[in-house]
Design a protein around this ligand. Structure first.
Ligand code: IMP
Ligand code: MG
Length: 380
């Protein structure tokens, strides 16, 4: 076991296992290109070690260049792709083989593809050493894959965790058993919090997240983040919203997935505002399952509608949120909640994962009720 920053990693692939995958891939490409002299384009930084070894195993004439892109999430609000190191070679009428260390969601591939759109290349091929089929959400074909791997975060052989670990000659996988989990449990705790607007979900989430070392994932916040930063997923979501359509579950799931990936190594997640439908609950199960996790419990903060409506109207006076000031709109939201959430209660009850607490009382009282339930299933 090794440690990088705050996380532990366990050995996953030895140097020789990696080397045979690289050799096999080089051979495949060599067989394909015939008499062609391809231009390999390595995508920095992650691919540097892979490119180097691939070249040593590739015995035909070829050219090599690199590009470096700024993160596709973009630090600029314009969402434009920055080529930190540009192509710098003429690729017109040439066979280009892009070399990636890893393809995860495929978002980076979309950007890379776009980059070559107007370059009039003869052929554009994609080669990646690692591919995570369970995480991939695009349909761009990948021409050469060194190895398919489970949807777990890895480091080494060029790949980093927060910029460290690139120099490792082997590949390590994030340890799922978290030895420094404050609640001393070796399983993930994934809690889904239900509650009508005004029931105090946000407030309680703040407490729970600190108390149990959970990452709070609020669908609303995740949406706002992606829209504000004009991420690839944000742009896709915006297109639906601009047309007045609901954002499809698959897209919402992709955003949450990206959020979960960002927190690789967390000891658990607190989902707030999601799932809202059975389809979403099933998608969440499927996603968590692909990580070897599951929903630990769902907890509903129960409160009488009339009390909540008064609370919201009070909040509306100071928050200025238009949707908190109109009683009929609030009732509409509640009707929708009752209609959509009822089947979810059934869904989780059948799995024996549904709990509810009285959401009326002081903040501390409600926190205590929630903790009693959580402590109970942690002990199990
Ligand atoms: P994408 O989701 O396919 O766009 O991949 C985005 C980038 O995330 C990759 O180019 C890698 O830099 C990084 N990445 C994805 N999965 C891993 C991993 O398991 N370890 C380290 N970096 C990763
Ligand atoms: Mg990369």
């Amino acid at each position: 076991m090794i440690r990088i920053h705050d996380k532990h990693f366990v050995p996953f692939l030895s140097a020789s296992q990696i080397d045979s995958a690289v050799a096999k891939l080089a051979q495949e490409i060599a067989d394909d290109v015939d008499e062609e002299v391809p231009i390999f384009i390595g995508v920095l930084n992650g691919s540097f070690m892979f490119v180097s070894d691939l070249m040593k195993h590739y015995h035909k004439p070829c050219e090599l260049s690199f590009i470096k892109l700024s993160s596709y999430q973009g630090t600029t609000s314009t969402g434009t792709i920055n080529e930190l190191i540009g192509l710098g070679v003429e690729v017109k009428n040439r066979t280009v083989i892009v070399i990636e260390d890893i393809v995860d969601t495929g978002n980076t591939l979309v950007v890379l593809k776009k980059l070559f759109e107007d370059k009039e290349v003869k052929a554009l091929k994609i080669a990646t050493l690692f591919f995570k089929p369970e995480a991939y959400i695009k349909d761009i074909p990948i021409d050469y894959i060194g190895m398919e791997i489970p949807n777990k975060f890895i480091v080494g052989y060029g790949l980093d965790y927060d910029e460290q670990g690139r120099n490792l000659a082997e590949v390590y996988q994030l340890a799922t058993e978290n030895t420094y989990n404050p609640i001393n449990s070796n399983t993930m705790i994934n809690i889904v919090l239900f509650g009508k607007p005004g029931a105090g979900k946000g407030t309680q989430a703040e407490f729970l997240k600190d108390q149990y070392n959970l990452v709070h994932i609020s669908t609303g916040d995740v949406f706002r983040y992606n829209l504000k930063n004009n991420t690839e997923l944000g742009q896709q979501a915006k297109a639906f919203m601009d047309r007045g359509d609901l954002v499809p579950d698959a897209l919402t799931i992709s955003m949450l997935q990206a959020e979960v990936e960002k927190n690789a190594g967390a000891t658990g997640f607190l989902f707030d505002g999601f799932p809202r439908t059975i389809a979403q609950a099933e998608a969440l199960d499927k996603f968590l399952d692909s990580k070897g996790w599951g929903v630990t419990a769902t907890i509903a903060l129960e409160a009488n509608d009339e009390i909540l409506i008064q609370r919201l109207l009070e909040r509306g006076k100071t928050s200025g949120r238009a949707d908190d000031q109109d009683e009929s709109k609030i009732r509409n939201r509640y009707d929708e909640y009752n209609e959509k959430t009822a089947p979810l209660i059934e869904y989780y009850t059948q799995k024996d994962l549904f709990y509810s607490v009285n959401g009326i009382g002081t903040i501390e009282e409600v926190t205590r009720r929630l903790s009693t339930i959580i402590d109970d299933f942690i002990d199990k």
